[in-house]
Design a protein around this ligand. Structure first.
Ligand code: PLP
Ligand code: ZN
Length: 430
C-alpha cells in the first residue's frame, strides 16, 4: 500500500464553471490545464484529460452527514462529481447493495469478502453510473444528440437514459453483436448503426466522427465527465463499510477507465477526511486470458501494454487496445495489487460459483472477477482477515449463452405422482 502523501490530486482554486466545484480539465500526461469543454484530449500533447475540482470549496461543504442525508442513488455524491446534482435526469442509478459474502468467503478463506452488486443498476450494469454523468453533462451543456461506440452494456444504458431525457441517441456497434443486446437497445428507440468491423474499429471510427458532428460521444468528447461516474462505486463501498476503505479491491479491466477512477475516488475520500484511512487500498485487476493485454504486461514486469486481438466470451470487457492500460499497471504496482487473468472455463465456473454461493447471477465480466478472486485466494494471497471488495459489474441475463446448456434436465416426466417420485428417487432426493 502506498502512503497518502503519494496521492496526487490535481486541483486549482479559481472556479470558472457555474455548476459543481469543477475548475477545468487537466492533462494526465503533461499537467496542462484547460477549460471544461467537450473534449478528451490535451490541446498540447493529446494526453488524456481529468476533471479538476476546487477541493478547498468541496472540503468546506462535504461531510458524512450531508452525504447520508442525500438521495439513495449516486447523486448523494454530487459534491464530488462534474454535474450539478440539483435537477438531473435519473433512473435511480447507483447505491447498489454491498453484500457480505459469507459463503463464498468461507470457500475462499476470506472472512471479510464484500461484493458490490452493480447488477442492480437500472439497465443492469455498472455503465449506468458513467452514462448518467455523460447524459446530464450533455443535457446541461446544450447537446441534442448523444452517441457511443459499444459492445453492449453502454448501448443499453445510453439508449435508456436518452429516452428518459428526450435526447436523440445514435449507437455504433460491431455488426456481429449478439441479437439480445441489439434488442435490449433498440427497444428504447435509439438509432443503431452496425459497423462491419471489431469494437476497436468502431471506436476509432467514432473518434473521427466526433470531429465532424456536434454530438456528445460518451467515450470520446464527453469522456472526462463520463468516466468520473465510476468513482461512485468506490464512494458507496466505503460508505457501506461504515466509512472505511477495503484493504484490497478487485476490479474487471477493459479500457482500464474505471480502475483508474477507483484510485482517484479512494484518494479523494482520504484527502477530504471522509474515511479514517491513511493509505490507499491495493488495487487488483481482472482480465480474461483471451483478452489480457494488461495482465500479460504485469506478468512480464513490463510498463508497455501490447495490443491484442480479443477472443473471449467476456465480451463486455474485450478491449484489445486499452486506453488506460499503462495507468492500471502503474496503480497496481504502486499499491501492491496485481493484474491477473483466467481461462474461459474458469470464467464460467466463476459465474456458477457466485450464483451457487451467494444467489447473485453475473455476466461474464463478473465471472472473470470471481474467478480471479478464487485464483488469487488459492495461491495464498490473503491470510483471511483482510477486507476484500470485488466489483460485480453486470447481470447474468446479459450473457445467458455463457451458461445455457451447462446442465441437462433429462426427458420430461409424466404429470403423475408415481413418475415424479421415480425421478426424484433417481436424482437421489428421496
Ligand atoms: C464497461 C464495463 C467494465 C469496465 O470497463 P473499463 O473500460 O475498464 O472501465 C466492467 N464490467 C462491465 C460489465 C462493463 O460493461
Ligand atoms: Zn498534455
Amino acid at each position: 500500500m502506498s502512503p497518502v502523501d503519494s496521492v496526487e490530486l490535481a486541483g486549482t482554486t479559481a472556479p470558472m464553471h457555474a455548476t459543481a466545484a469543477v475548475t477545468g480539465l487537466q492533462c494526465r500526461g503533461c499537467g496542462h490545464e484547460q477549460p471544461a469543454t467537450a473534449t478528451h484530449l490535451c490541446e498540447l500533447c493529446f494526453g488524456p484529460l481529468e476533471v479538476t475540482y476546487d477541493y478547498d470549496a468541496i472540503a468546506g461543504r462535504v461531510s458524512r452527514r450531508r452525504i447520508e442525508a442525500g438521495p439513495p442513488s449516486l447523486w448523494r455524491y454530487a459534491d464530488l462529481l462534474p454535474v450539478d446534482g440539483g435537477d438531473v435526469v435519473t433512473l435511480g442509478e447507483g447505491f447498489t447493495p454491498l453484500v457480505h459474502a459469507r459463503t463464498l468467503g468461507a470457500e475462499l478463506g476470506l472472512r471479510h469478502l464484500h461484493l458490490k452488486n452493480d447488477t442492480q443498476n437500472p439497465t443492469n450494469s455498472f455503465k449506468d453510473r458513467v452514462v448518467a454523468m455523460a447524459l446530464n453533462w450533455a443535457l446541461q451543456n446544450g447537446f441534442r444528440t448523444v452517441a457511443c461506440a459499444s459492445t453492449g452494456n453502454l448501448a443499453n444504458s445510453l439508449a435508456a437514459y436518452a429516452a428518459r431525457a428526450g435526447l436523440r441517441a445514435v449507437i455504433f456497434i460491431p455488426a456481429n453483436l449478439e441479437a439480445p443486446k441489439v434488442a435490449a437497445t433498440a427497444v428504447f428507440g435509439a438509432t443503431i448503426v452496425p459497423i462491419a468491423g471489431s469494437y476497436d474499429d468502431v471506436n476509432r471510427l467514432c473518434a473521427e466522427l466526433a470531429d465532424d458532428l456536434d454530438w456528445g460521444f460518451c467515450n470520446i468528447n464527453l469522456r472526462p465527465y463520463y468516466s468520473e461516474g465510476s468513482k461512485t462505486l468506490t464512494f458507496e463501498t466505503a460508505e457501506q463499510l461504515g466509512w472505511r476503505l477495503p484493504d484490497e479491491i478487485v476490479i474487471p479491466v477493459a479500457s482500464g477507465c474505471q480502475f483508474v477512477k477507483h484510485r482517484k475516488a479512494a484518494a479523494e475520500l482520504i484527502n477530504l477526511g471522509l474515511v479514517d484511512a491513511r493509505q490507499l487500498p491495493r488495487f487488483t485487476g481482472a482480465q480474461a486470458l483471451g483478452c489480457s493485454p494488461v495482465a500479460s504486461a504485469f506478468e512480464r514486469g513490463s510498463e508497455v501494454v501490447q495490443p491484442v486481438r480479443p477472443d473471449t466470451i467476456a465480451r463486455s470487457i474485450a478491449i484489445g487496445n486499452p486506453s488506460d492500460g499503462a495507468d492500471v499497471l502503474r496503480i497496481a504496482w504502486r499499491t501492491g495489487g496485481v493484474v491477473a487473468s483466467v481461462t474461459e472455463e474458469e470464467i464460467v465456473e466463476g459465474i456458477e460459483l457466485l450464483a451457487t454461493t451467494e444467489g447473485i447471477f453475473t455476466e461474464t465480466a463478473g465471472g472473470v472477477t470471481v474467478a480471479v478472486l478464487r485464483k488469487l485466494a488459492r495461491a495464498g494471497r490473503w491470510s483471511g482477515d483482510e477486507t476484500v471488495a470485488a466489483y460485480i459489474t453486470g447481470h447474468g441475463l446479459k450473457t445467458l449463452d455463457a451458461v445455457a446448456g451447462r446442465r441437462t434436465l433429462g426427458d420430461p416426466v409424466q404429470p403423475a405422482r408415481r413418475d415424479v417420485r421415480e425421478r426424484l428417487s433417481e436424482l437421489g432426493l428421496t
